[in-house]
Write a protein that binds this ligand. Structure first.
Ligand code: KG4
Ligand code: ZN
Length: 383
C-alpha cells in the first residue's frame, strides 16, 4: 500500500447508487446514479424499485468511478460499503457487490454506518475532523445531534427526533403543497421567493421544560397541512412561496438553535452539519450566521456531498484503514436498522467482536486525526 490507502466506497441505502474513490482524504471520484425519477410518481421511494435500479446501475457506476479516478480495481487497497441503516433490499445489493469486489481482488472489506459516513465525508473537503466532532445529522430518515470523539469507533447521540426526520418533514410538506418528490430541493427553491416571517409555524420541543437536544417535526408538518387546508376550504389561493419559506424557517431555526446549544454545553467550538437536509440553502446560511455570532466554526460539505453518495463511504473506509481498524468478514450482513452508535459492522464470523474494529473498540493504528497539517486556515469551512 502507498502511504495513503486507495479506497472504493459503495452506497445503496436508499435510491442513490453511489460509488466513490478516495486516496487518504483526497476525493478522486464521486459517481452517482439515482432512481429518484422512477419513484417520483409514487410520492416516495419504492423499495423494490430502488433495489432493482441499484442492481442495474451497480457495475456501470463502479466502472465509471474507477475511470474518473484514473485507477484500476487492482490498485485498490480496500472496499468500503454502507452496511446500514437503510432499505434492506437496497443495502443488500451494495453489500453483495462490495463482497464480490473485495473477494475477487483479495482486498479487505469494511462495512460501515451510513450516518457516520455523512459526517466523515467532510474530511474530503475540509481536512481532518476535530476530536471530538459535534455533528448535526439531518437526512430523510434521521435527525440527530451527535458527539463523536472518534468517527471510526465512538459516536454518541445527544438527541434525536422523536417523530419525523427533518427531510421527511420537507417531503411531506411538499406533498401537501403539491410540489412533488423529493420535497427538500423544491421547497428550498420556492422559499427563496417567499417571506419566512409570513406565517408563525410552531417550533417543536423548544419550551423551557422540553428536552434540549431532541427534535420534533410532526406537529409542524400538521400545522402546515391545517393552514393550507383552511385556505383551500375558504377558496383562497395558497401562497406557496410564503408557506415554503415559513415552514423551512421553522425547521432550520430549531435545528441551528439546538445545535449551537449542544456546542456551548459541551465546550465544542465547531459544528459539522451533514445529511441531505444540509444541502438546504437557508440552513447553511442561518447556521453560518449563528455560528459566526457565537464564535463557532462551521463545517458543511458542498451540497453534492451532503446528499447520499459513495465518496462519503470511501472517506469513512479510508479513515478506518488509516487507524488500523479491523476489516469486516465476508459474511457481513446488511442491517436496515443499524444504530448510529455502531460505526462499523464486523460480520458474523468476526473472530473477536470485542477486539479492534468493533464499534466500541479502540484501535492502535496511526492516529491521523492528531495531525492537522491538512486543515485549511479558513474560519468557516463551508461549501
Ligand atoms: O441523506 P439523504 O440524501 O438520504 C437519506 O439518508 O435519507 O437525505 C435525503 C433527504 C430528503 O428528505 C430530501 O428531501 C432532503 O434530504 N433534502 C433537502 C434538500 N436536498 C435534499 N432538504 C431540504 N433542502 C434541500 N435543499
Ligand atoms: Zn443519507
Amino acid at each position: 500500500m502507498a502511504d495513503e490507502p486507495l479506497v472504493l466506497g459503495i452506497e445503496t441505502s436508499c435510491d442513490e447508487t453511489g460509488v466513490g474513490v478516495v486516496r487518504g482524504r483526497t476525493l478522486l471520484a464521486d459517481a452517482v446514479a439515482s432512481s429518484v425519477d422512477e419513484h417520483a410518481r409514487y410520492g416516495g421511494v419504492v423499495p423494490e424499485v430502488a433495489s432493482r435500479a441499484h442492481l442495474e446501475a451497480m457495475v456501470p457506476t463502479i466502472q465509471r468511478a474507477l475511470r474518473q479516478a484514473g485507477v484500476s480495481a487492482r490498485d485498490l487497497d480496500a472496499v468500503a460499503v454502507t452496511a446500514g441503516p437503510g432499505l434492506a433490499g437496497a443495502l443488500l445489493v451494495g453489500v453483495s457487490a462490495a463482497k464480490a469486489y473485495a473477494y475477487a481482488l483479495g482486498k479487505p472489506l469494511y462495512g460501515v454506518n451510513h450516518l457516520a459516513s455523512h459526517i466523515c465525508v467532510d474530511q474530503l473537503e475540509h481536512g481532518p475532523l476535530p476530536e471530538p466532532t459535534m455533528a448535526l445529522l439531518v437526512s430523510g430518515g434521521h435527525s440527530s445531534l451527535l458527539l463523536a470523539p472518534d468517527i471510526t469507533s465512538d459516536v454518541r447521540p445527544l438527541g434525536a427526533t422523536i417523530d419525523d426526520a427533518a427531510g421527511e418533514a420537507f417531503d411531506k410538506v411538499a406533498r401537501v403543497l403539491g410540489l412533488g418528490f423529493p420535497g427538500g430541493p423544491v421547497i428550498d427553491r420556492y422559499a427563496r421567493e417567499g417571506d419566512p416571517a409570513a406565517i408563525a409555524f410552531p417550533r417543536g420541543l423548544t419550551g423551557g421544560r422540553d428536552p434540549l437536544y431532541d427534535f420534533s417535526f410532526s406537529g409542524l408538518k400538521t400545522a402546515v397541512a391545517r393552514w393550507v387546508e383552511a385556505r383551500r376550504r375558504d377558496g383562497q389561493e395558497v401562497p406557496v412561496a410564503d408557506v415554503a419559506a415559513s415552514f423551512q424557517e421553522a425547521v432550520v431555526d430549531v435545528l441551528t438553535r439546538k445545535a449551537l446549544r449542544a456546542c456551548k454545553d459541551n465546550g465544542v467550538d465547531h459544528l459539522m452539519i451533514g445529511g441531505g437536509v444540509a444541502a438546504n440553502s437557508r440552513l447553511r446560511a442561518l447556521a453560518l450566521e449563528r455560528c459566526e455570532g457565537a464564535g463557532i466554526r462551521l463545517r458543511v460539505p458542498r451540497p453534492g456531498l451532503c446528499t447520499d453518495n459513495g465518496a462519503m463511504v470511501a472517506s469513512l473506509g479510508s479513515e478506518m484503514v488509516a487507524r488500523g481498524r479491523a476489516a469486516s468478514t465476508l459474511d457481513l450482513p446488511a442491517d436496515s436498522s443499524l444504530p448510529v452508535t455502531e460505526v462499523s459492522v464486523p460480520g458474523h464470523s468476526h473472530p473477536d467482536p470485542h477486539e479492534d474494529g468493533h464499534p466500541q473498540g479502540h484501535g492502535h493504528g496511526h492516529d491521523h486525526a492528531h495531525d492537522h497539517a491538512h486543515e485549511t486556515g479558513k474560519d468557516n469551512l463551508y461549501g
